[in-house]
Ligand binder design. Sequence first.
Ligand code: NAX
Length: 330
Amino acid sequence: MALRVVVTGAAGQIAYALMYALAKGDVFGPKQPIELVLLDISGMEEALRGLVMELTDCALPLLTKIIPTVDYAVGFKDVDVAILVGAMPRREGMERKDLLKANVKIFKGQGEAINEHAKKNVKVVVIGNPANTNALICKKYAKDIPAENFTALTRLDQNRAQAQVAERLGIPNNDVWNCIIWGNHSSTQYPDVRAATALVNGKEVKVHEAVKDENWLKNEFIKTVQLRGAAVIKARKLSSAMSAAKAICDHLRDWWNGTPDGRWVSMGVISDGSYGVEAGLMYSFPVKCKADHTYEIVKDLDVNDFSREKMDQTQNELKDEMKMAMEFWW
Ligand code: NAX
């Protein structure tokens, strides 16, 4: 049976980089047929028409249906997976409050539409910024869908952290694992490699032992990952798209198929109070996923004073965002 997957912001640049990977089986496997729903806003119909032509012209064996739409009722109908990329972008001079207000409206509408039209076991990942808080709003309005089915993307940050360490050590990206992103997908996030492992000269070692430079790990490394999105925008005059699309695929593939033994990945999920993070916040934690599409927060990792401070800082930002969003959502 085909899986129905909706991508919002379908006419945008991340979606353009994402569609092909999704439709050719990179996420749900080479045997899983897919119906792709392309959802954008009114006025983007012509751009969606072009996208449909291109996807058609790929002549992909797994892509059994393409549904372009600007109507939530059509877009979320019976979907198994919802990839929420579209959001209100921050325009020059816009206050954080105004941005949140506009996004509360969007994600309230999408949460309600998901609740009404999607399958009850739908899996949702929010990419549109502010991703964590948008995911929280969406979940709040999708009352009949379990809270654990809502996640926010922090995998791009994790991939950035992993790649920085691999480059520093001069080893392949795959030889670094269990890097963690704590908190918000923003410049307060805490990229943490204290529990990460690297394969160096055929031996598994802790990343901080391999790097042998606490100063780099505590300063330049963290700043580089935190500010990478802004650095890409400065250089490209556009925000990350290819790497964001790849991260969405990684996030969903691991959530759908499970993580290998001994490995974890970072996802923004509803806090259960672990690590002193207020229950109910959408906070990025290390999680282990199983093949039945469930996940668990990895518990009992050591948190030292340095980490505690950074984890609280990003938690405080999320609390602020939630408080601000709550002014608009009642
Ligand atoms: P684009 O501006 O290229 O595309 C956004 C698309 O969303 C547009 O086609 C727009 O018409 C559509 N849209 C807006 N509101 C919509 C709604 N209510 N329903 C459906 N579609 C809607 O942006 P793009 O570069 O694709 O980025 C999309 C979002 O991803 C932005 O909010 C961006 O900040 C965020 N990002 C999040 C990342 C993460 O790791 N969580 C990293 C990359 C990216 O910065």
